[in-house]
Design a protein around this ligand. Structure first.
Ligand code: S3P
Length: 174
């Protein structure tokens, strides 16, 4: 029996490489790619920092949830939500049937180094390493629920994408 194809959803801390790796994986699979933050920006009509200031995080999370519902309703493809999506109540459960959830594991120190100083993430204002450590403590229980765990430490996005192509995509019918 052939397995029905599912979306591949990449989760993990900001700086885990979800967007870069997701784009590469989609190219390898010759399929589409959704960067969920881009869809939220389109829906909001403002940048994410502006959205957080003007309407608050709750409004951002609602638009993010809607954008994911829309993406999951499309033909199976690769989806990279922002780092907080997986940690909102019900989001992982709602995506579970239509998608294989993959956690790109990274340490807070490496994540901060990958993001660099020019990032535009409202939740990471101040010292990014200590903020990412705090986020990791809160979020690890959600990220660790993903059935596929991939350690990205010391790997380039191309290497992570190749690993996902080999070990994760076949589990989702690709
Ligand atoms: C967020 C991460 C960001 C973006 C928003 C909130 C978070 O995406 O969705 O700033 O809560 O961790 P990245 O994970 O791509 O940085």
């Amino acid at each position: 029996m052939t397995q029905a194809r599912r979306h591949l959803v990449l989760i993990g801390l900001p700086g885990a490489g979800k967007s870069v790796t997701g784009r590469l994986l989609a190219a390898l699979l010759e399929t589409g790619f959704t960067d969920l933050d881009d869809r939220v920006v389109e829906r909001a009509g403002t940048s994410i920092p502006e959205l957080f200031v003007a309407r608050g995080e709750a409004a951002f999370r609602e638009l993010e949830r809607e954008a994911m519902t829309d993406a999951l309703g499309r033909t199976p493809h690769v989806i990279a939500p922002g780092g907080g999506w997986a940690c909102q109540p019900g989001n992982l459960e709602r995506a579970d049937v239509a998608a294989l959830i993959i956690h790109l594991r990274v340490t807070p120190v490496t994540a901060a180094a990958r993001l660099g100083p020019a990032h535009q993430r409202p939740l990471l204002a101040g010292d990014p390493v200590s903020t990412l450590e705090r986020l990791w403590d809160l979020r690890a229980p959600f990220y660790e629920r993903a059935p596929v765990q991939v350690d990205t430490e010391g790997l380039h996005p191309g290497e992570v994408a190749a690993r996902l192509l080999a070990v994760a995509a076949p589990r989702a019918g690709w």
